[in-house]
Design a protein around this ligand. Structure first.
Ligand code: DGL
Length: 275
């Protein structure tokens, strides 16, 4: 069987994509992973589709310079607004986004067919999740809410406590009031899983929270197998981190997302702007 030991490139606007990286690390222990967080230009979620596409194109081109065999867009905002131009720009490199895997997880979890989606303003406005869910389950009733402040809370490491709880309550109460409320909530932003506990509490008992991390890792595994691109090595793959600003901050807060310590000296500061 053919194999390919080049790394997989993983990209996000910041550290949120580390939730996807963690799932990749777990599912594909032998793969080398290169993660790039565009921390200098975060947030993407409040910016126009044109700006997000331009930034994401620069970031993924930078990953290509590291001889990656595949690119994972571990950012819902970039996946929602730029997956087509990115796929075109990176050809023939396979590009995997997080929207379809997230929609798949939502559809698999719902019993009532009523699904809530929360994400950044850009993700919600573009309607990519609604389309992806309806492609899998045409009868689904999808309600959405932008929750931009969750990105800031996650980047700040404020994942519990009164501020996070108040924000969650304010954002989610309108989605979950009355009969006919969703039984499933898709965390449509890679920053949100670290806030799962407060989000779950605000959504209410019995609401299933799903995100795209595990389903994206599965999609990557399938894509590698289909293209004979899986690594062939016995030992553990390496994980490399790059950020466009503040490696120290990236390491400190990124460790919360990764579930293990990241040392600042292991985060490389890179400039991805076109010269
Ligand atoms: N992690 C990005 C996402 O999944 C959002 C953060 C941002 O606004 O840049 O949508």
């Amino acid at each position: 069987m053919l194999s390919d030991n080049r790394p997989i490139g993983v990209f996000d606007s910041g550290i949120g994509g580390i939730t996807v990286l963690k799932a990749l690390r777990k599912r594909l222990p032998h793969e080398d992973l290169v993660y790039l967080g565009d921390t200098a230009r975060l947030p993407y979620g409040t910016k126009s589709a044109e700006t997000v596409t331009a930034y994401a194109t620069q970031a993924t081109r930078h990953l290509m310079g590291h001889d990656v065999k595949m690119v994972v867009i571990a950012c819902n905002t970039a996946s929602a607004v730029a997956i087509d131009p990115l796929t075109e720009a990176l050809k023939p490199l396979p590009v995997i986004g997080v929207i379809e895997p997230g929609a798949k997880a939502g559809v698999a979890a719902t019993k009532s067919g009523r699904i809530g989606v929360i994400g950044t303003e850009a993700t919600v406005k573009g309607g990519a999740y609604v389309r992806a869910i309806h492609a899998l389950m045409p009868e689904a009733k999808v309600v959405q809410a932008p929750c931009g402040l969750f990105v800031t809370l996650a980047e700040e490491g404020w994942v519990k406590g009164e501020v996070a709880e108040a924000a969650a309550k304010r954002y989610l109460a309108p989605l979950f009031k009355g009969r006919g409320a969703p039984d499933t909530l898709v965390l449509g932003c890679t920053h949100f899983p670290v806030l799962a506990r407060v989000i779950g509490k605000a959504a209410g008992k019995g609401v299933k929270l799903v995100d795209s991390a595990a389903t994206t890792a599965k999609a990557v595994e399938t894509a590698l197998a289909e293209r004979s691109l899986a690594a062939k090595r016995r030992g553990k793959g390496k994980t490399r981190f790059m950020a466009t600003d503040s490696p120290e901050r990236f390491a400190r807060v990124g460790g919360i997302f990764f579930g293990e310590k990241i040392r600042a000296k292991d985060v490389e500061l890179v400039d991805i702007r076109p010269s």
